[in-house]
Design a protein. Structure first.
Length: 79
C-alpha cells in the first residue's frame, strides 16, 4: 500500500514537471522574413526595402515606413 502511494506521488510530480514545460515550436515558414528589413528611425516600425520611403542624411540612406514619418524626421532636424 505504501509503495502504491509513493508511485502515485512520484507520478504526479513527474507529470507536473513535464506539464509546465512549453513545447518547442518552430515559426511557420511564411512568418520568417527572407528580405532585409530596416527600422524606421521615427516610429520604430520595420519595413522592407520595397516598401520603404528612402531619405538621406549626410550621404546615409534612411528607410521610413511612410512619407509622414519622413516629414516628421525632417521637422525634428530643423528644430
Amino acid at each position: 500500500m505504501a509503495r502504491l502511494l509513493v508511485l502515485i506521488i512520484v507520478g504526479y510530480v513527474l507529470y507536473q514537471m513535464f506539464k509546465g514545460r512549453p513545447a518547442e515550436k518552430e515559426l511557420p515558414k511564411e512568418s520568417v522574413p527572407d528580405e532585409e528589413t530596416f527600422k524606421d528611425p521615427v516610429c520604430g516600425v520595420y519595413v522592407t526595402k520595397e516598401d520603404a520611403v528612402i531619405g538621406t542624411l549626410d550621404g546615409e540612406k534612411l528607410h521610413f515606413c511612410s512619407m509622414a514619418c519622413l516629414e516628421r524626421f525632417r521637422d525634428q532636424l530643423e528644430k
